[in-house]
Design a protein around this ligand. Structure first.
Ligand SMILES: Cc1ncc(COP(=O)(O)O)c(C=O)c1O
Length: 389
C-alpha cells in the first residue's frame, strides 16, 4: 500500500471559498434571484469579439507572444494609462497578464518572501488574502471604518506595521464595499509606504465605475512612488470580458523583468487571442464603458432605494464605486452571515455572498452585486421583503 500524498500546507490551509459554496448551492435552486457574483452580466461588445476573429483569420494567434505581451497592445495600454490614469509609462513598464488576478499573483510572488507580512484593508476581496497565503506571506487584516463609508483607518494601519511588513494591497474601487478611497487617503497611504519602505500593490479592476463625482486615483501616477507601486488592471470589468482572461500591470522597468519571472511559470504569456481582443477594446469606441457605468449607477440607486425600505433589517453605506455593496444585517439571525445567506437562499430563493468571506470584520454583512438587471434586483428585494418585513 502506498502512502497518501500530502497536500502542501500552503494550499491546504486555504479555506473553501464561501463565494463558490454559495454558487454551488444556488445552482440547485430554481428561478433563483442571483446577487452573488461580481461578474458583469452584459456580453462583451461585438467589436471586441470581431478584433479577436480577425486575428484568428489572419493567423496571428497560434503561437506564444512575447512573455510581456504583444507590442501593439502594450503601446495601446501606455496611451490608456496616460489618458485615464495620469501615468507616464513606457512599454518596458507593462506586463500583460491573465486577468488582473494573475498580475496580482505574479506581483505578490515577486515581492513576498515566506513570513513577510502584507497589510490588507478589510472587508477585502478574499482572493487577495489567498494570494498572499500561496506566496507563504502572512496576511495582516486591518479593518476599515464602516461608519465613515469603510474609510482607511490610519491609526490602525500605523500600528499594524512591523519590521516584517513588506507590502500592502489596496483595492479601490473596492470589492466588496464599493468604497472609492479618496486621493487624499491614497496619498497618505503612499507616504506611509515610502516612510516604511513598503511596496503598494493596487487592484484597480473597477477603475471606470465611480459615481457621485468620486474620482478614481492611481497611486502609480505619483512620480515619487515609481519604485514602490505595482498597479494591476483588467479588461474584465471595463469591457465585460470576464472569460477572455486578460489584464495587465504597470510597474517600474526595473521590476518588470522580476515580475515576469513569476508570470512565466504560471502563464508563459496571456492568451494571445485575448490580447488581440483587448487591443480592439482599447482602440475601438469607448461608449460601452459609459453605458455600463450608467447602468451600474441606476442599479446602485435602485438597490439603495430597496434597502431604504428595509431599514429595520439592513444598514448600509452607499457605495461610490464598483458594482457591489456591503450592507450590515441588523437581525439577530444575521450574526452568522453564512447561516443567514444559506437560509435566504433556501427560504427566499435569493443568492447573496456572506460577509465573512471578506475577513472577520465582514461578519454580519452581505455582499450584494448590482451588476444585474433591474428586474433581478426587484425580484430579490420583493422576496427579501416578503420573508422579513
Ligand atoms: C477586485 C477584483 N479584482 C480582480 C478581479 C478579477 O479580475 P480578472 O478577471 O481580471 O482576473 C475581481 C473579480 O471579481 C475583483 O473583484
Amino acid at each position: 500500500m502506498t502512502d497518501k500524498i500530502r497536500i502542501s500546507n500552503r494550499v491546504s490551509q486555504i479555506p473553501k471559498s464561501a463565494i463558490h459554496e454559495m454558487t454551488r448551492l444556488s445552482k440547485k435552486v430554481d428561478d433563483v434571484a442571483f446577487l452573488s457574483w461580481a461578474k458583469p452580466t452584459s456580453g462583451t461588445p461585438d467589436h471586441i469579439g470581431e478584433g479577436a476573429i480577425a486575428a484568428i483569420k489572419n493567423g496571428l494567434v497560434g503561437g506564444y507572444s512575447e512573455n510581456a505581451g504583444i507590442v501593439g497592445l502594450r503601446e495601446a495600454i501606455v496611451k490608456k494609462l496616460r489618458r485615464d490614469n495620469n501615468i507616464e509609462a513606457d512599454i518596458s513598464q507593462i506586463l500583460v497578464t491573465v486577468g488582473a488576478i494573475e498580475g496580482l499573483s505574479a506581483a505578490i510572488m515577486a515581492i513576498i518572501d515566506p513570513g513577510d507580512e502584507v497589510l490588507l484593508f478589510t472587508p477585502t476581496y478574499s482572493t487577495h488574502i489567498r494570494q498572499v497565503v500561496i506566496a507563504s506571506g502572512i496576511p495582516v487584516l486591518v479593518p476599515t471604518i464602516e461608519e465613515k463609508g469603510f474609510a482607511l483607518d490610519f491609526d490602525t494601519i500605523r500600528k499594524a506595521i512591523t519590521s516584517k511588513t513588506k507590502a500592502l494591497i489596496c483595492c479601490s474601487p473596492n470589492n466588496p464595499t464599493g468604497t472609492v478611497f479618496s486621493e487624499k487617503e491614497l496619498r497618505e497611504l503612499a507616504s506611509l509606504a515610502l516612510q516604511h519602505n513598503l511596496m503598494i500593490i493596487t487592484d484597480e479592476a473597477y477603475e471606470y465605475f465611480t459615481f457621485d463625482g468620486c474620482k478614481h486615483f492611481s497611486i502609480g501616477s505619483m512620480p515619487k512612488m515609481k519604485e514602490h507601486v505595482i498597479s494591476c488592471y483588467t479588461f474584465t470589468k471595463t469591457y465585460a470580458m470576464t472569460g477572455w482572461r486578460i489584464g495587465y500591470l504597470h510597474a517600474d522597468e526595473s521590476l518588470i523583468p522580476q515580475i515576469t519571472k513569476a508570470h512565466i511559470p504560471f502563464a508563459i504569456c496571456a492568451p494571445v487571442v485575448s490580447q488581440y481582443a483587448a487591443l480592439a477594446a482599447l482602440e475601438g469606441p469607448q461608449d460601452c464603458v459609459s453605458e455600463f457605468r450608467s447602468h451600474y449607477l441606476a442599479a446602485r440607486n435602485l438597490m439603495c432605494e430597496r434597502l431604504d425600505d428595509l431599514d429595520s433589517i439592513f444598514a448600509y453605506q452607499r457605495p461610490s464605486g464598483s458594482y457591489l455593496m456591503f450592507p450590515k444585517i441588523l437581525l439577530e439571525e444575521g450574526k452568522d452571515s453564512m447561516v443567514f445567506c444559506k437560509s435566504l437562499l433556501k427560504n427566499g430563493k435569493v443568492s447573496t455572498t456572506p460577509g465573512i468571506a471578506f475577513g472577520p470584520s465582514g461578519e454580519s454583512h452581505l455582499r450584494l452585486s448590482f451588476c444585474v438587471s433591474f428586474d433581478e434586483i426587484n425580484k430579490a428585494f420583493d422576496r427579501i421583503k416578503a420573508l422579513f418585513a
